[in-house]
Design a protein. Structure first.
Length: 104
């Protein structure tokens, strides 16, 4: 995959996540974006970060003390260790943090 294709796919991933986060009550979940980064912040001070890593052509997600690296597989962003889907994992860690089921 060339760098333009990677950037297009990575930006689409980030846009999907920000569109999903928009309806959350900011007292429950707040977020900010910068070039290639979505920072998700919680009232208790915890921060989750999703960012593009152009040098590795990956998306990286950090949530608490855990972190994952995702490769584009042609149809989804899949973890480079066990193959789980980025959006399913983000839904899972957000559900755990919020104490209720949320789906991306």
């Amino acid at each position: 995959m060339d760098s333009q294709e990677y950037t297009r796919l990575a930006d689409a991933c980030l846009d999907r996540v920000t569109d999903w986060l928009e309806p959350f009550d900011p007292d429950e979940v707040d977020f900010s974006t910068a070039d290639g980064v979505v920072k998700i912040e919680f009232p208790d001070g915890a921060t989750y970060v999703l960012n593009r890593q152009a040098g590795a052509s990956q998306m990286w997600l950090a949530a608490g003390v855990s972190a994952w690296h995702y490769n584009w597989t042609g149809s989804s962003w899949s973890d480079d260790r066990d193959g789980h889907d980025l959006f399913e994992n983000l839904s899972r860690v957000m559900s755990e943090k919020l104490g209720r089921k949320v789906s991306l």
